[in-house]
Design a protein around this ligand. Structure first.
Ligand code: RB5
Length: 165
């Protein structure tokens, strides 16, 4: 498993999932950074996606888990940062392939669209699966701006590339 510290956050609709999944993370010996929310009082999912992706950007966490009702809002919000590869997963296959092919660093789950057992299994597959690299590395680099850096070196241009993570 590549990650050691896992940040987890949800909005009000995912708070019960968050508590259960936190327990699962601790059970396998991972350090958990809980970024809220901690009640069923209505909150805005972009605020929690922002807190979690910032923790990854700053290096406080290696990977993250985000939960909202469908997972869609969290996906849109989290993937606005170039170093985030957030995968909305509905099955163990999604979770496994998101690691093998996309080197996903954030798992997104929908608390209103999944059962908690499927969510737990997705988390397990996400944590246990390694990135395959190879042709997938090239594609991931294109999303992180690493391909722009290579071009910059060859052409000696000074255009700033997004910081890879
Ligand atoms: C909150 O009611 C709900 O909109 C949110 O959890 C999420 O599903 C958004 O994508």
């Amino acid at each position: 498993m590549a990650a050691k510290v896992i940040a987890i956050a949800s909005d009000h609709s995912g708070v019960d999932f968050k508590e259960t999944l936190k327990g699962a993370l601790v059970e396998v010996g991972l350090q958990v950074l809980d970024l809220g929310t901690n009640s069923h009082e209505s909150v805005d999912y972009p605020d929690f996606a922002e807190a979690l992706t910032s923790a990854i950007g700053e290096g406080t966490a290696d990977w993250g888990v985000l939960i909202c009702g469908t997972g869609i809002g969290m996906s849109i919000a989290a993937n606005r940062k170039p170093f985030i590869r957030a995968a909305l997963c509905h099955s163990v296959t999604d979770a496994r392939l998101s690691r093998q092919h996309n080197n996903a660093n954030v798992l997104i789950l929908g608390a209103r669209t999944l059962g908690i057992e499927i969510a737990r299994d997705c988390l397990g597959a996400f944590l246990d699966t390694e990135f395959e690299g190879g042709r997938h590395q090239r594609r991931v680099d294109k999303m992180s701006g690493l391909d722009i850096q290579i071009e910059r070196k060859d052409n000696e241009t000074v255009q700033e590339a997004p910081k890879p993570h």
